[in-house]
Design a protein around this ligand. Sequence first.
Ligand code: ZN
Ligand code: ZN
Ligand code: FE
Length: 731
Amino acid sequence: MNQRRRLRIQGVVQGVGFRPFVFGLAHRLQLGGLVGNDAEGVFLEIEGPDPSLQEFERLLRLQSPPVARIDAVESQPMEALGESDFVIVASSPARVGSMALVSPDQCLCPECRSELLDPGDRRYFYPFLNCTQCGPRFTIILATPYDRPMTTMASFVMCPLCQAEYRDSGNRRFHAQPNACAQCGPALQWWQDGIPQDSQPPWEQAWRHLGQGGVLAVKGIGGFHLACDARNPQAVARLRQLKQRPHKPLAIMARDLQALRTVASPSPVEEGLLLDRSRPIVLVQGKGILDLGTSQIGAMLPYTGLHELLLSQGPDLLVMTSANPPGAPIEYGHPGAVRAPAVLNHNRPIHVPCDDSVAMVFRDSPVLLRRSRGFAPLPLALPYSVPPLLAVGGELKNTFCLAQGKQAYLSQHLGDLQNLETLIVFEHSLAHFRTLFGIDPRAIAIDLHPGYLGRGWAQSQSLPLIEVQHHHAHLAALMAEHGLDTHQRLLGFCFDGTGYGPDATIWGGEVLWADYSSYQRLGHLSPMPIVGGDQAVRSPYRLALAYLWACQLDPCGLACERACPTPEARVLYRQWQLGRFVTTSSVGRLFDVVASLCGICQQVTFEGQAAMLLEACADSQERTAYEWDQRWQVSELLSQVVADVRNGVAAGRISARFHRALARAVARQASALGADRVGLSGGVFQNRVLLEACLQELERAGVQVLWHTQLPSNDGGLALGQIAVAGLGRE
Ligand code: ZN
Ligand code: ZN
Ligand code: FE
């Protein structure tokens, strides 16, 4: 006696080959029925003998495609129809309240890769090949349900061969929406000085150009990269000039692990992360062969057919950095907008831009430093149910977050929300997320900072606004990431560069005792002056001078004094005397000051540069620390630093002592408050040396520590914390 059941499956089930998988499974078990996509996920009906139906439901979870993620299966009995055929039915149109999870872009799968490089295959050297297990998703989807007409592939009509694959249930490309070949799909194009050229295969042009030390813009999956031979210092210098990025470290893409190992020493865990489907940029230890800005190299492996093709000949290591001015969003539209004379372009439109993700390995586990391609728009789970809400995030490394129920959709990395370009991408991406997930926010969570562009934008939206203090948001993001519920409180250390305090000073070295609804500020670094406004933040020597004056320490003969032209010092001193300055408790600024005193950095061209250099020089053999405790007196710490500098102690030892002093003060504060668990959040904790030192000190004291792994600890994760605070008591 046959039975029939209706199943509803939620999770990452669209654009991951789920329907073809269900189709194959039903055929194997000789079940009748149907499967289709709708705006909430996958719906299906199965009919057959009861044991087969049970087996079907069991295997559904067990054997689903690796990129799929089943969150829930709802199964209901219904009347049998006597059906023995199984079919894939047309998708039903999107409804309001769409909860179908759209998959992130997927890296090229091994099967497609071997076709690409097989001279006998009809897709030999066709860079836009893909299948149900790989290819673009998030960046080409216009709306759900995920079907070809709803993607930027809509204008490419499949040729008969591709059609046949698409219809063949035994084929890897069965219902692969972006299926394409050289006959029918997107094509590469070589652009020179803003004009498309059509002589010879574009990839041959690219190999030659890169081989000759040229800089090339390459349109990838989520935008344009600037590429050049990473082993050619002149080429790298040219790229830096185009990118206007004199110092910031540049990422590389290696042909394979073997090529990477010639210039870096990735650990086995790091190699595993490099090969992960999300293909993030991974920070690995360099061998000092390439000069890319630091001893750490941000490296990644090819993740599209185009990258594989590009790296199959010519240089085996390419600098690969997003083609945009620093802080601006990645370019993704017209090749003319990219500042490079040579462009390897293609005609598949990118609907929303998506920059590369960045990760590091800490204590043998991955830690995300930037959550973007390969992760967005996968939702993060919230600890409690929230009404439809939007959070606009912070200013630097901006992401926004749309949430409803227990799902929070954190956007891809957008850039620094300080200019019109980023605001346009912010609005466009927000509209995209609203379409994909059908969330219509009823209120907007914003930062307290009166100068933030996101806040100004929110004020023009005629929706209720909910202010969330910056460091409270950092800590709430950490709590949400670790699934703390609404009854729990956490002692948090929030160390970052800048966050606006309710007392109108700049916070950034905060000890907070918080739950989602409120916080108490139990401690903070003693306030120090920032004399000279924004300029000071770009010139650590200015910060250092003012800090020394405030601490009644004599700067005479120190590196900061030598770096400061005398007239400038006079102006600064006058402003300091007149009290024309803001004060800050920022740990990020303290790093700048110590870096300046050590003489390792007097000018910065990107946020966190001085801290990065100070971390990089820390002497791992040094075992002592400056005496410091939970009173957080900056003068006490700096007097020891200055004494060491005057005694000619090496910068590496000063750096190590400074890192350990911070960790010691954290542990002492935790003990003084009797905490058995603490959280560490804020951008400063992307510093591995500091994070490790804090963990050692706290673990020695028997304190459990929570830190970020899934979410960046810097402002890239802020929006999730804003949601977690703003959603409380509003359902
Ligand atoms: Zn594939
Ligand atoms: Zn075709
Ligand atoms: Fe922050």
